[in-house]
Design a protein around this ligand. Sequence first.
Ligand code: 1CP
Length: 355
Amino acid sequence: MSERGQAGAGSAVEKRFLAPFRGQTLDVPPIWLMRQAGRYLPEYRATRAEAGSFLKLCYNPKLAAEVTLQPIRRFGFDAAILFADILIVPDALGQGVRFEEGEGPRLDPVRSVADLGRLDLKGTSEKFDIIAETVQRLRQDLPRETALIGFCGAPWTVATYMVQGQGSADQAEARLWAYRDPEGFDQLIDLLTAASIDYLDRQVKAGADCLQIFDTWAGSLPDDEFDRWVVAPTRTIREALKDMHPDIPVIGFPRGAGATAVWYVSETGVNGIGCDTATPPFVMSEAFDEEDVVIQGNLDPLLLVAGGARLDERVDEILDLMRDKRFIFNLGHGIVPQTPPEHVARLVERVRGKS
Ligand code: 1CP
């Protein structure tokens, strides 16, 4: 079934990034990196300073498009990812998100059905429109061969921040609400599911070629709760998007899902699966028929910081194991701020076989 060879000008798929989703196996896999725009790049730090704050940067389409383009100019990745954040959705719902310098996000927590009265699905358009404008600009400014990935946080992961009021190691407040009052917690998940569908629909209408659903904290739930709060809402989002935009692939990233990642793929119907650092891509690919799902991942972001011979070896190992598979090279989680940009350049060269 698979066609071999490089997709490029004159071939069926103009954007190499999309080739694996169209059933093609490439000799050199497409590459992009989670958090490829960000603090490890001096030009990002300069633009963020110009914007004044992280959220002001997200809501400034000109500058947000600029930081999206920075890693494309430097490294020529096969895909750009819209610059925004998963917490745009609670912010647009009216929860009010603040980013404290050096401390991460802060939100006034929602911990009960009564608290949900503070949130308003109808009020989201204004902020979602600003993000859609960034997508439109990118559609104009990106090289023709570069795909554009839109994204949202999965309802479960976004809920963990909304309920905790900040990042946390164990997502305890959301898990406790979900155990004590599942019907009430369902209302928050349903609200986030509806908002996410609308948000992603707008991103596709504005020009996104592909979507990724980030479920960073999928690994904090045991199987029954994983099914209810991770799988079910993701399937609802996937199905709604498929009805509206059947050709737009959706990649799921259920970080930490372990063995349930296989079940996640078959139950949600995602077209691609992001493997975290602990999930070997070849093990995931063995779990499926060749046509089922595109595998993405999974270099350790800290190996990209360390660099050196071990980085080269590991890159070669991943490439060898995933040869002849529908595969997208990425990290197992986002780039960290201390990453030397030269290591990223070296990685891209290595993947493309120039070193
Ligand atoms: O100070 C700064 O400049 C802020 C750092 C930063 C950046 C660059 C934050 C704050 N968000 C982002 C951008 C971002 N976040 C993107 C787009 C850019 C790209 O990938 O190149 C994306 C896709 C995200 C997604 C995101 N935000 C996730 C899911 C992926 C993941 O890394 O697990 C999560 C969990 C967030 C929340 C968030 N935003 C920012 C921080 C520091 C955090 C984590 C908070 C915490 O858990 O403590």
